[in-house]
Design a protein around this ligand. Sequence first.
Ligand SMILES: Cc1cc2nc3c(=O)[nH]c(=O)nc-3n(C[C@H](O)[C@H](O)[C@H](O)COP(=O)(O)OP(=O)(O)OC[C@H]3O[C@@H](n4cnc5c(N)ncnc54)[C@H](O)[C@@H]3O)c2cc1C
Length: 471
Amino acid sequence: MADIAIIGGGAAGASLFGELLRRGDARVHWVTGDRAVAGRGVAYASGSDQHLLNVRAAAMGLFAGADGDFLAFARQRLDGVAGDDFLPRSLFGDFIEAQVRACADRALQQGRRFHIHGDDAVQLEPLWDGGYAVRLASGVLLKADSIVLAMGAMPPRPLRAVTREALQSGAYALDPQRVEGPTPPRRVLVIGTGLSAVDALLTAAERWPEAELVALSRHGQFPFEHTLQPLPLYAGQSALNAALLASDGVRSMLRRVREAIAASPATDWRSLVDGIRPINARLWRRLDGAQRRQFLRHLRWLWEAARHRVAPASAQAIAGLRAEGRLRVHAARVLQVDGHGPLQVRVRHRATQRLDVLTADRVIQVTGLDTAVAYTEHTLLSRLLRDGLAVPDPLQLGVAAHPDGQLLNAGGEPQVGLYAIGALLRGNLWECSAMAEIRAAAQQLARRLAAGEPAEAQDPSLPRALARMEL
Ligand SMILES: Cc1cc2nc3c(=O)[nH]c(=O)nc-3n(C[C@H](O)[C@H](O)[C@H](O)COP(=O)(O)OP(=O)(O)OC[C@H]3O[C@@H](n4cnc5c(N)ncnc54)[C@H](O)[C@@H]3O)c2cc1C
C-alpha cells in the first residue's frame, strides 16, 4: 500500500484527503500546518459574517460531483437559505470541517489508515529507494511514496516601496485579520481593490466606525458585482469558445470577446465571461511567454475584476461607504510608504500622473495571492528550490509543473512522486485556486495517485457539470 503525504491544511488539502480516504488504497498523511484548523486554510478561517463567499451556495462544495452538499448543510444551520445565496465563508469553513470529520470517521470504521499532523512540513528529501522523507517542524520524520503540495499561495511579502521604518511601526499590516494598534485609527488606507480588499474595508468600517477609509490600486477597480439571480447561458458560447481557441494571441482573444458582447446586446457580459471558464486553462496554455506577460501587464486587472466578482451584498456595502463619503478610491501607484505612524504613502495618480502624499494611521496591504516562489521565505518551498526539486514558473506564477500538477525539477524533468494542487500551479493553469477547479483537480489527482499510475498530461478543463455552473 502506497503512502501519500498531503502538505497543507486548506480546502485543497481537505478535498484531496477526502478523495484519497474514499478510495482507500493508500495510507494518507495529512500535514495541516501548526496554525490553521484542518481544512479551513486562509479563505475559510474568517470569523466574520460580513466575509461572504463569492460563489452561490448551490455551486460550492468540497468534492467533485457532490454539488448540493453545502447547500443541504447550510439549510440545517440557517433558515430560508436559497441555492442562489452568497453565504458567509465561515459557514463554508464549518462545512469543510464537518466533511473532513465524516470522511475520517467513515475511514476509521472501514479500517483505513490515515494520520493528521498539526505541524508544518519544513523539508523533503528524496530517498535512494524511491519516495521521500518529510521532516516536520517538531522533528518528526514521515516517509511517503508521493507528496502533494497543497500549501496555497505563499505568505504575503510587503511591497518593495515600504520602508523598514514603516514595517517596524506596527501601522503596516499584511494580514487584514490582524490589524493591531493601541488607538482607533482616524484614517485607514487599504492597498488593493480586489475581493480581499473588499473584506478588509468592510471589516475596518465595522471595527472603526469613525475612521475615514481610502482604497487604492493601479486602476482603482473593485470587482464587478454578481447578479442577484444566476444568468442564463449565452447562446453563442460554443462558437465563441471555438473562436477563442483558434485565436493567435491575447489581442485577438480580447477582440473576439468584445465583438461577441457587441453583437449580443441582450446578453449580460458576465454570462460570456463565465462561459469561457471551462476553456480558461486551455487558452492560457496556448499563450507563449511573451503573450502571457502581455496579458498580465495589460489585462490581468480587468480579468480579475470581471471573473472574480463580488457578492451583491458586499458590493452594496462598498457602494454605501462611497456614497456616504467615508470611502475614497484612487487609481494610483504606490511609490513609497514611510514613517512610524501615521504613515505617509507617496503615490502617483494614474490619470494625471500627479504626485501625492496620503497619510494614514493604518495601512493594510491586500494585493492578491503571492505566488512569486523565487522570493519567498516559506521554509519548505525555498528548500525545494534550493535542492533543485522544484523551479519557479518563469513569470513567478508558482512552480513549473506538468499539466497534471507534477513538479518539474531543476533539470526540467518531471520530479517523480512530487505534485502540487491549487495556487502554486497558476503558471500552468492560470485559474486553479477557486473551489470548482480545486475539487476537480483533487479528484483527478487522487485517482492517479491511488492507482499508482505514472503522471501523464491531461486536459485540465473542468468536468462538464462544473463547467456549466455560473460562478
Ligand atoms: C479571502 C478569500 C476568499 C475566497 N473566496 C472563495 C469563494 O468564495 N469561492 C471559491 O471557490 N474560492 C474562494 N477563494 C479561493 C480559495 O483560495 C480556495 O477556495 C481555497 O480556499 C484554497 O485552498 P488551498 O488549500 O489551496 O490554500 P489555503 O487556503 O491557502 O491553505 C493552505 C494551507 O496550507 C498551510 N501550509 C502552508 N505551508 C505549509 C507547510 N509547510 N506545512 C503544512 N501546512 C502548510 C497554510 O498555512 C494554509 O493553512 C477565496 C480565497 C481567498 C483568499
